[in-house]
Design a binder for this molecule. Structure first.
Ligand code: PMP
Length: 300
């Protein structure tokens, strides 16, 4: 792991932030997680654009603009030595890969909610080994649990912004893991499933891809957008429409998307087989298209 704090590479144990930092106190921060293929960042432009949008939605003036963020991220990546012992359970394309977390906080200041109390914004990058599901999970699929989130919890204040205030999502994952599920699927106020705690959700229904619309109160996933683009290119019917728990339970196939998971099949829901109980043909096809796209982006 390599940490870049305000533009300086520092040993992880020395990379510290003030207890008065508003990111720590209030979750008053925004972040992005970028992954690499063959040690090259994937979809970096889309992540930088979303970071700027997230900051804008909070009125947070980031310490680094997008060009500086790109430079700092690449400098951090370049400082990570090659992995000595790759995880044998990881999928081959994930072995030795990194996750690059960029965090922008509004900074420290006197105690108090008013953002005007913040003195100086901080920026940092953490480059660490990618934690992706093991190869077996892509082959067999994972389980999900549908969790009702407390909408007054901070994570739900602005689901469209990737903020540090993720408590609703933390609690949802806690509940999902307690039942042995890989991911929590969040129930929106209207009773529809909106997204995963750190992923977007897709169903295949009557042969067509369905995923909740951005207006449902979800994060505009970079992977979600890419999957919709790949489907369009392949002539696969896809639409953005609400999904109720019953729609998921009755779907022909289910999968999650996120930067680290890519396209991850879901084969059980609330402890019952779902999505046909196996990895379906549409998921397999999209997975292959995704692999090809990632390979090409990495110069393969
Ligand atoms: N929804 C939420 C709430 C998330 O935290 C994430 C992870 N960033 C996603 C969806 C998936 O987004 P992406 O594909 O950009 O990683």
């Amino acid at each position: 792991t390599v940490v870049n704090l305000d533009g300086k590479l520092v040993p992880p144990a020395k990379a510290t932030i003030s207890v008065f930092d508003r990111g720590f106190l209030y979750g008053d921060s925004v972040y992005e997680v970028v992954r690499t293929y063959r040690r090259r960042p994937f979809e970096l432009d889309a992540h930088l654009a979303r970071l700027a949008r997230s900051a804008g939605r909070l009125g947070l003036e980031p310490a680094w603009d997008a060009p500086r963020t790109r430079r700092e991220l690449l400098a951090t990546l370049a400082a990570v030595p090659p992995e000595a012992d790759p995880d044998p359970e990881a999928a081959p394309w994930n072995q030795g890969q990194l996750s690059l977390r960029v965090i922008m906080t509004r900074g420290a200041g006197e105690l108090g909610l008013d953002p005007a109390l913040a003195v100086e914004p901080r920026a940092l990058v953490i480059a660490s080994p990618l934690r992706a599901p093991p190869l077996a999970a892509y082959r067999a699929g994972v389980g999900c649990r549908i969790v009702g989130v407390r909408h007054e919890a901070p994570g739900a204040v602005d689901p469209g912004a990737k903020t540090g205030a993720h408590l609703a999502n933390v609690l949802a994952v806690r509940e999902a893991r307690a039942s042995g599920a890989h991911e929590a699927l969040l129930l929106g106020a209207g009773g529809q499933v909106t997204e995963g705690a750190s992923s977007n959700v897709f169903a295949v229904r009557a042969g067509a891809l369905v995923t909740p619309p951005l207006g449902a109160g979800i994060l505009a996933g970079v992977t979600r957008a890419l999957v919709l683009e790949l489907a369009r290119e392949a002539g696969l019917p896809a639409r953005e429409a609400p999904l109720l728990p019953a729609d998921l339970a009755g779907a022909e196939e289910l999968f999650l998307t996120s930067t680290a998971r890519e396209i991850l099949p879901v084969t059980s829901l609330d402890g019952r087989p779902a999505g046909g109980g196996r990895v379906g043909p549409v998921t397999t096809r999209l997975g292959a298209l995704f692999r090809a796209r990632a390979d090409r982006a990495a110069g393969g």
